[in-house]
Design a protein around this ligand. Sequence first.
Ligand code: 9WN
Length: 412
Amino acid sequence: MAISDDKLDRQARRILRQNDRGGYTVPTAGLYPYQWNWDSCFAAWGFSSFDVKRAWFEIHTLFTGQWDTGMVPHIIFHKRADGYFPGPDVWGVDRVPHTSGITQPPVAATLIRSIYEQDKRYGRVHMELIYGRLVSWHRWFMKSRVERGMVAITHPWESGRDNAVDWDSAMAAVSTEGVGEYTRRDTSHVDPSMRPKKEDYDRYLKMLYYGRESGWDEEKIREGSPFRVADVGMTFIFLRACRDLLQIAMDLDHLTPEIEGWIAELEEGVRNHWNPAGYYDSIDLRSGEFTGSLSSASFLCWYAGIDNETMKAHLEDILQKVTFGVPSYDPRDEKFEHLRYWRGPVWGIINALIGIGLNERGLTQLAGRLRKDTRDLITEHGFYEYFSPVDGTPAGGDKFTWTASIWLTWAG
Ligand code: 9WN
């Protein structure tokens, strides 16, 4: 007998409560014992469906990690926890709370706006407090990361799509000399065949060490770091976030020309992501070459407010080739691996973002398909980190915060 929606709602809420460490929510117990940036925004969105006060608390806790530069780091290490590598000592960031030295996809303005709009009376004072923080994070992106209107990442972890095919060519150019010995912890929690490989981790560390040796100085990193890629996913997510920030600004009666300027620049930048091979693609900024990868992030165009018939045709074709969409990488390509992390599996959060975009742009049938696929995966297997698009095999961490959150807000 199929498990009822009520029961799944209760389970999802319980996952959020159980992953609550007192003001911040870990992505999953064991594998990820700290506060992650975009996971936390999804957690807040999930909480807002039954406890809006707790949702705002999550957001305030996240912003305690914001640097003076405006950057909001990808991990906030509020208190010591075992089981994760690389921890605060490896990042070497001299501040409290300790943080990593890189950022993550800025879904914050978008999800915070949605939380705010659910209860404006209660949310007003929180929104006023957070608004300036959002503006300074976005300003940091514009100053430090936007190149030709596209958002550059300095580490694959910033994209949130760690081992995506998008990074293969840029990663190949990163030497692993001097990385030395280290002990991974992720592979002791989950099946190593579903995680990035050792050669990936060597490079992740090499880039981390480069940032640390540069004192996390953005200019030095821009000049000399071995890896810099204009990430199509980041550009779409950031453009969308700027549109939402503009709406928040208008609601709060703040001046808007600066944000309008950002939107115009990013809309131009989206054109640069168009690979003449016929899809939105990332660009290796060191070589100037397209990365040649049609990934799920390419389908965030509608979420960013951009229609594209060719992308629609790709999506329809890809959805015919898999049982559960959207695969994180093009299943028509030989590099597709249905269970290896960001090289094929379906991720509920990306489906939610793509689905929201499709719905807003009137592509409701496609949005419906994504929602149904996500519902079926969760109903059948539970709140896993990701799933095989081929046969639905659940993978990665279990009782996952963001999967529970998108169930409560979008899929369920
Ligand atoms: C590195 C927490 C994070 C997500 C990322 C996902 C994964 C970390 C890791 O887990 O990355 O940041 O150690 O694998 O790729 O999107 O935010 O859930």
